[in-house]
Design a protein around this ligand. Structure first.
Ligand code: SF4
Length: 353
């Protein structure tokens, strides 16, 4: 049963939440979204009686962990740990409305981010290294994670944005189902570094509303060097992004421009062309619609172990960012993030172009 906008609102209010839904609108070349029957994907799956089985299937992966391409095969149920150092418990660093994400996620009241500890990629330049590398945070349960999701909804956030979710994906599914039964109606945003197994992304079909993957590198050798041996990163990330797009399509927003569903791809420009931006934009243009939402990011900074790697031991230059944006335009990509366009214009003015 598709919920009307009114019944969605009634459900949300019954659960003590604020009204957040303004109805969908077509954005750019995004596919049509009927404003009266939008609902979070996981609600439909629950109504079809399929969500519990997905949670169960995901949970079984902990017994011989293949949640990410490292395929450690450890039994996390028995306390064994693989590369990511995560147990079978979920560890949360923080949950709060976040205003630094892409504008369609932030809206007026913020993106409801939940930062998970540990990471399956562990890049040497990680900007969240105390959380991702050192695992700082507090152990939680699926029940408490569900409460965090509901808390974000009560605070008016426009989505539940799970950051670095890959290694604890089964907990996210379980918590989403618990929260759904208590009134959660926000889009679920899967905010991943991109080092995913396409088999596991398929498990999320009909659960995740918004995918927010990085595509960090296009060269396996550089991925190996700067992301702990993850030589297959480009291939794994690319095939996963194609699957994500198959599931949710292009970004669809409501009347206020707030994201409801779809794919948003991030790419951080790195010094000395390490990120392979020219190949990246060509890959997007050749494999996804040219109106795919793309955030080409300028905020690379030297962090953590990046000081030990001369190739990436400096910020990017204005010229490096401008060439990245020019490549994107030359590739015919039409839906670039507003803030990256603003940054491009600042750099252009600075360089007198
Ligand atoms: S999620 Fe962790 S334990 Fe599982 S395969 Fe990946 S790195 Fe290994």
């Amino acid at each position: 049963m598709a919920l009307s906008r009114r019944s969605l609102l009634q459900n949300a209010l019954a659960a003590g939440t604020v009204a957040y839904l303004k109805g969908c609108a077509r954005a750019g070349d995004a596919p049509d979204a009927n404003q009266d029957d939008w609902q979070p994907a996981y609600l439909k799956l629950e109504e079809e009686g399929k969500l519990a089985e997905r949670v169960e299937r995901a949970n079984r992966i902990f017994e011989k962990c293949t949640l990410c391409p490292r395929k450690c095969g450890v039994n996390r149920r028995r306390g064994e740990k693989g590369f990511c150092r995560a147990s079978d418990k979920v560890v949360v660093y923080s949950h709060h409305p976040h205003f630094g994400e892409e504008l369609p996620l932030v809206g007026r009241h913020g993106s409801g981010t939940i930062f998970f500890s540990n990471c399956n990629l562990r890049c040497v330049f990680c900007q969240n290294w105390p959380i991702a590398h050192e695992g700082r945070g507090r152990e939680s349960t699926d029940e408490r994670l569900a409460e965090m999701m509901l808390d974000l909804q009560r605070r008016g956030c426009h989505n539940v944005n799970v950051v670095t979710p890959t290694h604890i994906m089964p907990h996210i599914l379980a918590a989403t189902r618990i929260a759904l039964k208590r009134g959660l109606r926000l889009p679920l945003c899967y905010n991943t570094g991109g080092f995913e197994r396409v088999e596991n992304i398929r498990l999320l079909d009909g659960i995740v509303d918004i995918y927010l993957p990085d595509l960090k590198y296009m060269d396996g050798g550089l991925a190996r060097r700067f992301s702990a041996g993850a030589e297959d990163y480009p291939q794994r990330a690319q095939e996963s992004i194609i699957e994500m797009h198959r599931q949710v399509g292009e970004l669809v927003t409501d009347d206020n421009g707030t994201a409801l569903r779809g794919l948003m791809v991030r790419h951080l420009v790195m010094p000395n062309r390490v990120a392979g931006t020219k190949d990246f934009v060509r890959w997007v243009a050749g494999n996804l619609p040219k109106s795919t939402y793309l955030n080409i990011m300028s905020q690379y900074r030297v962090e953590h172990q990046a000081f030990d790697h001369p190739l990436i031991a400096r910020a990017i230059t204005a010229e490096e960012f401008l060439e990245a944006m020019e490549w994107a335009e030359q590739a015919g990509l039409t839906r670039l993030d507003e803030r990256s366009i603003a940054q491009r214009d600042v750099f252009r003015r600075r360089l007198g172009r």
